[in-house]
Each structure stands twice: as structure tokens, then as C-alpha cells.
Write a protein that binds this ligand. Sequence first.
Ligand code: KIV
Ligand code: ZN
Length: 509
Amino acid sequence: MQKTVRFLDTTLRDGEQTPGVSFHLNEKVEFAKALEALGVDMIEAGFAGSSQGDFQAVTAISAAVKTGVCSLARCVESDIRASWDALKNAVKPRIHVFIATSPVHRAAKLNMSKEQVLEAAVSGVRLARSLCADVQFSCEDATRTELDFLYQVYRAVVAEGATTLNIPDTVGYSSVKEYGELIADIRRNVVGDREDIILSAHCHNDLGLATATTLEAIRNGARQVECTVNGLGERAGNAPLEEILMNLRTRKDIYGLEDNLQPKGIYRISRLAAGISGIEVQPNKPVIGANAFAHQSGVHQHGVLRDRSTYEIMNPEELGIPQGGLMLGKLSGRHALREHATELGIHLTEHELNRAFEKFKELADRKKDITERDVMAILREQMHGSLGQYRMHSFQIFSGNRMTSTATVSLNNGGDIVTRADCGDGPVEACFHAVDQITGMPCSLESYQLRAVTEGEDALGEVTVRVRHDSTVMLGKGVSTDIIEASCLAYLNAVNRLLEHQAEHAAKA
Ligand code: KIV
Ligand code: ZN
């Protein structure tokens, strides 16, 4: 059996199904490039038949990377053809065809008999295979499907030319042992001695077992794992890439397998995923959480100082986790910032670099030590937001307890400075209301998150907002040592993106 585990990353497809998350086209391309640099074998770039946005994303990513790119498709002709149209320029294209097979999905969702499901799977794979040499097939909700029916469907699609058989634990229902046995059973009863058929694990985390079930699948012969960065995904998410990778690496004595990834890129891609999704990583998240290498107890600290391996089983430097050193100084130039961004895998346009540099200089004036995390936050903010129609010029607030807060905000709209004042329940809301007055586009705030980028009183505050206008929800990010300013910038970033989105839609209509 093959000695290498292949990674299919589905952050841009299953990960984007995280409630409230929607990635921009440029963010998707940037993320795909970072996945390529990380060494993933296959990028699930979207579900081309599901929307114009997904079609564009699969098309753009196919042209931007050399690694494998796949598009999800139902067993429906239009989906499969859309996937192929979008993948045409990919160096290594793959169509990923799926249909639900479990009794509950057949009855409640598809209203199809077993025979109809089987027929759809066969004709879907046949069509996909007539277009593309590499076809993957998934039985959605495989772990709640009758075993004999599962064999029947997988055997039939292998006969049509599917070479990767994905076995989704769609609702994270399987126990670790059951999932391992299922993979072993499919290997015995469907794959046999065919070395060209790869079994693939796709595990959701509803009961917190996604990493464990994925690893058990590997132990039982799966040689592709499907995962997302930071475990993003529908409900409790998908199996996290970083956890699977570091289990394979740290316990090579058990798994004894190779992979094509570069663990050094883990921290960067994790921050990128958090930045573009707006979903911050929980501090105690294995491998990449802020506390994953923090030692609180004196005994532990003492031990780590003497020998890291007393309490650390992985080396944070090998994961690219910055050790808090000073990266760039007050005198660093634009060139150094660009080099640094490129090293971090962030490709900024000239505009974005200029803005990032302005921000960097402002920060250098306000803050003593600039760390990698500061620089990363600034770069991420620029990557997240294009210049947009409105730019912050200045703001003033009048606020205190037992009073209504008021804010006067001035925005630069194509060279014109427009000023409005408004009040609110606190200075942040007052600023948002004043911005609404200027843009004439009132938005409701769906969520607001503030976090300190680094320790210390002069830390940068990073604000992430999710705002709604009509039915469109948009994420915005702002960074500043002043948290009211960071809030205004985040709100403005979301509003600018909403305006761009509206303009794109108007242009298409
Ligand atoms: O969870 C699932 O079943 C899926 C399939 C569509 C592959 O994401
Ligand atoms: Zn899934």
C-alpha cells in the first residue's frame, strides 16, 4: 500500500459552509496559493455549479496554482459540466461527484429509491469521467448508509472510472472504531488489490472526534484525508488539517507514513484562515491555539526552561509560530515590508502595500516593539480590504457614563471630506451611526469581536465586525492601537466591501 498520505484541503468549499462565513474571490485565490505553498496535494476550490461566485473561484484558482484543484458536483449534468468548464485550465483537475446514500437522506432530501441513487451515481461518474481523467466520488452520509448498499454504489462507480472513493462521516456520527472498520471493510470488499484506487476520509466534528476518526481511517488504509484549516466547516466543522498533520508527524512511530506538507507554513495559513473567515481560533485549540505552547504553572515553566521536551511534544518553531522577536523596526522601508509579506505568503498589490506601509509607520510611532504578529495583523487587514470608496479621515467622540455618546466622523470620498455627527449607545455605535449617515447605507451589526494582537498596553487591537445590509452579510476588519479607531475601520471596511458587492451585482444585472 502507498506510503504517503495525501491531503485534500476543503477550507474553500466545506470550510466556507461555516455559518456566517463568505470569502471574497481575491481571498480565495490568496488562500489557495498559501495552500499550495504548504504543499497540499489537492485544493477543493468550490462547488462550481452552485453559484457564479463559486464558478469564478474554481476558474481563478485553477489558473493560479499548479497543485491539484477540484470542484464538487452533484450527480447532475449541469453541475458536472460547470465543474469541468471551471477546471479546464487547471494543471491537475479533478471532478468530485457526490450523492447522498443513507436512508434518511434518500427519503427526506432526495426522495429517491436505492435504485435511483445508484443510477444517478453511475451516470454522474460516467459523465465526469468522459470529461476529466481524475474523478472522485463520495457517498454523502456514508457512515449511516446500509453497508451492502455502500459496497454496491462504490463498486459501480469504480467500474465507471472513479479512482478516489471518499467516505464522508457527514454528521460526525461514527465512533472511532466503527469508522476504522468501515474503511477496512470497503478496502476488502470494494478495492481489493487495486493500487490505483485511493480511499479518502472526510470527517465532521459534531462529537469532537473528527481528528481521531480521520487518523483511524489512515491506520485502516485511507491514503487521502479531507480537512480544513483551523477545522472550519458546517456546524462543529471538519477535521483540522494541522491536527492530522501533527499527529502523523509527532507519532510517526505509530503511523509510519509520509506526507508532502511543509509544517513551517501551519501558523501562517492558520492566521490567514482566521483573518479571512473572521473566526478566531480558540486559545486552547491543539497545535495552533494561543495557549498551545504557553506554560502557566511554575513547575512547567521551570521544566521547559531546562528542557522543552518536558512539557512540549512539538516544536513551535517547526510550525512557523513566531517566538515574539522584533521583526521590523521604525526605520524599515517599504521594500522590507514587501519582502516580509512575501515570506509570509501574502501578495499585496501596490495599493495594498502603500496602505500597509502607512499603517506600519503609524504603528512604529505609537508602539515600542513591533512583532511579527503586529505585522501579520496589518498585512491581513490590507489583504482583507481593498481601498474602497470611503477612507477614514478623522473622528472625534464625546462619551462617558450617564450620557449619550456622540461621534463626529469625517470620511474621504474620492477626495471630498464629508463630515457627519450622530449619537449612539456608546462611542462605537455613535461612530457607526455617523458612518451610516455619510454612506447613506444603514447596516445592522451582526457580530463584533475585539482582540489584542499582542500582549502589553500598547498592543494593537484587531476588530472584526459582521454587518448586514438587506440580505447581504459582510465581514470587516480594522487594526489600530486605538480600539474606537479599529472599530470604525472595521465597520468602514465592511461597508466598502458591501458597496463593491452591490456594484458587482449591478454590473452583472
Ligand atoms: O460532508 C459531506 O458529506 C461532504 C460531501 C459533499 C463530500 O462534504
Ligand atoms: Zn463535509
